[in-house]
Structures are given as structure tokens and as C-alpha cells.
Write a protein that binds this ligand. Structure first.
Ligand SMILES: [Zn+2]
Length: 310
């Protein structure tokens, strides 16, 4: 099967954050754009189901999961200063995890070529014991563990969101079977992501941070991928690649200061897909993280998915 699966469930729209930048309109614009794209026939839409608690436990301790569930169901409005929730957020959060878990399973068993999870809440700031930065559970990290559970001996996560994926780094810092690489704007939220953070113990050398200066655009991204990231991934030789696909490094994004364009997102995605085709039979699952300018986000996701189809 050469299709790209799009995992999307309308329950994601019910995670109501009011006028927050991370809101339901983001997904509406993505879904409209993909459905009207010239390559729409190559997409297979799948409605993901909620993850089992045991799946979320691949990364998060059960006590933490239950405490988040209780707080959301008790009606708290904030999990941390940035992370707004409503009662429907629980179902959305566990279904976002379900999406990447089911996407990984489908790619591993060859049901479709690769998959993009159009989900919210995003996940890469969520640490094993802490929900933060608009994120409740770490979708990408759980997806990576699910791939390991299904037989991949090494998994890489490529995170090109403009913010550092602190939660993913924390989940795998001493794990030699997971290679995490993050490009992000230096000195912004959450403050982690220095080049010197390279992993610990048996995981030493399996964590790579590539902080970029404000204003860095397509040329900087493409050369970092060509010269640093792709060679490192090739050396690690993952059997599955997860993408933490944040689109807030776009030049039009209101939350940060990098200057990637829609073409740039296509360029870096193309490099990841090309490498995956070369080394791991194209096995890739991508999950949405940030991206807050609605038209730039929709256009960039379209460019990203268009490359996944190649
Ligand atoms: Zn971000």
C-alpha cells in the first residue's frame, strides 16, 4: 500500500482552550487544506481510537496519568501556566496518543506507507511526570516506544518544532535504543536544548540538539540537515522514524523568530523521507506539534504530507 494515512478524530476539536494560540481552528484549517489538495486521493483517513492506559504508561508513570485524569475530570482549567484544559481534554489527549500508536502499528504492518497524525493536544513538552507547554502526554515518545514494542530495535525521533522537545529528551536521555534530534530557536521556551545535552549513561551520544539563532531560515535548516542531522541518523540506523512535526519555525508564526518557509518544510521533510526510504523501508509516522499562524500551518502541513507521499 503506497498511501499516506491521516489520523484525525473530531474529538480533538473538543479540547477547548478558548482564545489560546493552540486552539481547534488549527486542525480545522489543516483538515480543509488536506481534503482539498491535489494529492487528496493518495490519503487514507483513519479515525483513531483512545489509547489504552497501558500504552500511555510506555512513557508516563501510572500515578501521573491517573492524577492528570482526575484533575481534568474535576474541572481544573490549567495543568500548568500554559496548558489549558476542559473536561473533554482527557478524551482528546488519550486519543492523540491512540493516533500515534495506531499509526505506528499500521506502518509496521504495511497497511499504509507512512502516516501523519493531525492531533491536539501536542506532546513534545510533556515530560514523563509533568504536563506542560500546551502538552498533556508525549505522543511522539509513546509512538517511539510502541515501535520498539512492535519489533523495531532502534527508533529515531526528529523534532523540528521551533521549541525544544524537552519532554522527549527527558523520556529517552539514557536510552541507547532511541535517538532524539531537535532543531529549535535558541534561548526561547522551555530553555533546554543546548548542544552539550547529548545523552547519559548507555544513552550517551543518542541525544542531539541543534539550536538555531533567531532569523535562521531555509538555507540554515537545509544545511544543518545535510551536514549534521542526516549523517547522524544514517549512522544510528533507525528501523523506524517518528517526526515531531511542529510548524512554528515558519517565518509567519507569531510565537517565535525562525524564518523557515513552506518550501523549507517540504525540503527538510523530503530529506527525512528520502533517508527513511534508504535505510528503513520508508517507515515514518509524523505527529503534529506546534504551528500557530493558521494559513502558514495549513500550507506547511500540506507541503509536509505531500513529501510523505513521494
Ligand atoms: Zn513549538
Amino acid at each position: 500500500m503506497n498511501k499516506t494515512a491521516i489520523f484525525y478524530n473530531p474529538v480533538f476539536l473538543e479540547h477547548n482552550t478558548g482564545g489560546h494560540p493552540e486552539n481547534a481552528d488549527r486542525l480545522k484549517s489543516i483538515v480543509d487544506k488536506l481534503k482539498s489538495s491535489s494529492f487528496a486521493k493518495g490519503l487514507e483517513w483513519i479515525i483513531p481510537q483512545p489509547a489504552l492506559i497501558s500504552t500511555i504508561e510506555l512513557v508516563h508513570p501510572v500515578e501521573h496519568i491517573r492524577s492528570i485524569e482526575e484533575r481534568i475530570k474535576d474541572g481544573v482549567a490549567y495543568l500548568d501556566a500554559d496548558t489549558i484544559v476542559c473536561p473533554a481534554s482527557w478524551e482528546a489527549a488519550i486519543t492523540a496518543v491512540g493516533a500515534i500508536d495506531q499509526a505506528v502499528a499500521g506502518v509496521m504492518t504495511g497497511k499504509f506507507k507512512n502516516a501523519f497524525c493531525a492531533v491536539r493536544p501536542p506532546g513534545h513538552h510533556a515530560e514523563p511526570n509533568k504536563s506542560m507547554g500546551f502538552c498533556i502526554f508525549n505522543n511522539a515518545a509513546i509512538g517511539a516506544k510502541a515501535a520498539i514494542g512492535q519489533g523495531a530495535s532502534r527508533v529515531a525521533i526528529v523534532d523540528f518544532d521551533v521549541h525544544h522537545g524537552n519532554g522527549t529528551q527527558a523520556a529517552f536521555y539514557d536510552d541507547p535504543s532511541l535517538f532524539f534530534v531537535s532543531t529549535h530557536q535558541e534561548f526561547i521556551y522551555p530553555g533546554t536544548g543546548h548542544e552539550s545535552e547529548t545523552g547519559a549513561k548507555k544513552g550517551a551520544g543518542t541525544n542531539m540538539n541543534v539550536p538555531l539563532q533567531a532569523g535562521a531560515g531555509d538555507a540554515a535548516f537545509l544545511s544543518v540537515f545535510d551536514e549534521t542531522i542526516i549523517p547522524a541518523l544514517r549512522k544510528f540506523a533507525p528501523e523506524f522514524i517518528i517526526i515531531s512535526a511542529g510548524f512554528d519555525a515558519h517565518e509567519a508564526d507569531p510565537l517565535a523568530g525562525l524564518s523557515l518557509t513552506t518550501t523549507g518544510f517540504a525540503g527538510i521533510t523530503g530529506k527525512i523521507i528520502e533517508l527513511a526510504n534508504e535505510i528503513c523501508e520508508g517507515r515514518v509516522a509524523s505527529t503534529l506539534e506546534g504551528g500557530y499562524n493558521l494559513s502558514a500551518l495549513a500550507d506547511s502541513v500540506k507541503a509536509h504530507v505531500g513529501e510523505m507521499l513521494k
